[in-house]
Design a protein around this ligand. Structure first.
Ligand code: PMP
Length: 397
């Protein structure tokens, strides 16, 4: 039986909900998922790297050995053996991280939302890099902060620019390794200066680090968490080193904060799925990542080099771009007169896609910038796509 609606609902969305906007990137991705398009737009890891067989074995083992625990509700803070594994992993550099500091989350994106919920009031000042990760700007925006941009240069965030905007700030959100969107990394000296500056100001420093393990050459740089465990909130993720579809990340934070985050998480979704946490623990506990991650590094490093070579060959001399030492992105700055949004229209007509840089800026955007991802596109298509973009740009000049 179906009831009539004599008084159709006039939806009254909250002020908060009225502000929500679809992510520009997700909109572009809808277009670019068409197979004929060469897409440098995605922020997706390469599915070629997903350890499908290993995951299958682990699901099977967990369900066979502990199915009734894996399929039950679990604790909000997460599956204890996995939290212990993460605490040990974060302590390999000599830090003394304890499992109580770890909160498992449903993708590190959830950590951004929870951090916003517990640290940001309407109008609170939040410091972000210029440009910064769009998903963080989106997550924090729900809590209606006042974003202040901290300067960056070709070496990443400039710590000496923090003081000028730090007055009353609730947090500083930083991406020290192979930043999304620029691919830049902070030097050890800058990390120290950043941590010292935040410590002097009593300013909580978020270290968002989903890409840190994906360095193409050399050892990863030290975590800022290790430099000041009482002032740094570290966010990690299994999305880029295993698979994003399992939606598993974690936060490591000082105890008073982590307990607040746990309460916020309890209200949001009770807990992250036990099944996936147990499966990931089964996968990582015997050192699988040490064997697996080098294969991702090699693939991404090679494709990055192909793109860098193609940019040098096809882009005009007055365009510049970053040379990442890891991660998934190259950031291009075009001659000032070129609007990347206009270029995108033409590029899509020519079956190539990328993400214009503007949405990554919390305040004044630089409209002549764009983000290119090289990880899901095979080398010959990278060359082809960059050549198309280079020609379009030269035609626009
Ligand atoms: N932080 C950054 C910088 C990211 O690039 C991403 C994913 N693109 C996330 C957080 C969220 O990752 P996940 O929720 O998959 O862990």
């Amino acid at each position: 039986m179906k009831i009539e609606n004599p008084n159709p609902i006039q939806w009254h969305f909250s002020d908060r909900a009225q502000q929500l906007q679809a992510s520009f990137i997700r909109e572009i991705l809808k277009i670019t998922q068409r197979p004929e398009i060469i897409s440098f737009a995605g922020g997706l890891p390469s599915p070629a790297t997903f350890p499908v067989e290993r995951m299958k074995e682990a699901f099977d083992k967990v369900l066979t050995d502990s199915g009734r625990v894996a399929l039950q509700y679990g604790p909000t803070d997460g599956y204890a053996p996995l939290r212990e594994w993460i605490a040990d992993y974060l302590s390999t550099d000599g830090s003394k991280i304890v499992p109580e500091q770890i909160l498992m989350v449903s993708g590190s994106q959830q950590a951004l939302d929870l951090l916003g919920k517990v640290l940001i009031d309407e109008g609170s000042r939040v410091l972000v890099e210029t440009p910064s990760y769009l998903g963080a700007l989106q997550a924090f925006s729900v809590y209606r902060p006042e974003f202040k941009s901290v300067d960056t240069d070709e070496h990443g965030l400039v710590p000496s620019s923090i003081d000028a905007v730090a007055q009353g700030a609730r947090l500083l959100y930083s991406l020290p390794n192979f930043q999304n969107p620029t691919g830049r990394s902070l030097s050890i000296e800058r990390r120290l200066e950043l941590v010292e500056t935040c410590a002097r100001l009593g300013l909580p420093l978020i270290e968002d680090d989903p890409y840190g393990a994906l360095s193409y050459k050399g050892e990863p740089k030290p975590r800022m968490l290790a430099m000041n465990p009482d002032g740094v909130i570290y966010m990690g993720s299994f999305s880029k080193v295993l698979t994003p579809g399992i939606r598993l990340g974690y936060v490591c934070a000082p105890l008073p904060l982590v307990r607040r985050l746990e309460l916020a998480k309890q209200a949001a979704d009770l807990h992250t799925a036990q099944l996936t946490q147990m499966v990931v623990h089964e996968v990582v506990k015997d050192g699988f990542l040490d064997r697996h991650i080098p294969t991702i590094r090699t693939l991404y490093g090679n494709q990055c080099q192909v793109m860098l070579d193609a940019l040098a060959e096809h882009f005009p001399a007055d365009a510049t771009w970053t040379t990442p030492e890891g991660g998934m992105f190259i950031w291009v700055t075009l001659p000032k007169q070129i609007d990347a949004l206009k270029l995108l229209d033409q590029a899509i007509a020519a079956r190539v896609a990328f993400v214009p840089g503007s949405p990554f800026y919390a305040n004044e955007p630089e409209t002549n910038t764009l983000r290119l991802s090289f990880v899901t596109v095979p080398p010959e298509r990278i060359r082809e796509g960059v050549a198309v973009l280079g020609k379009l740009i030269k035609d626009m000049l």
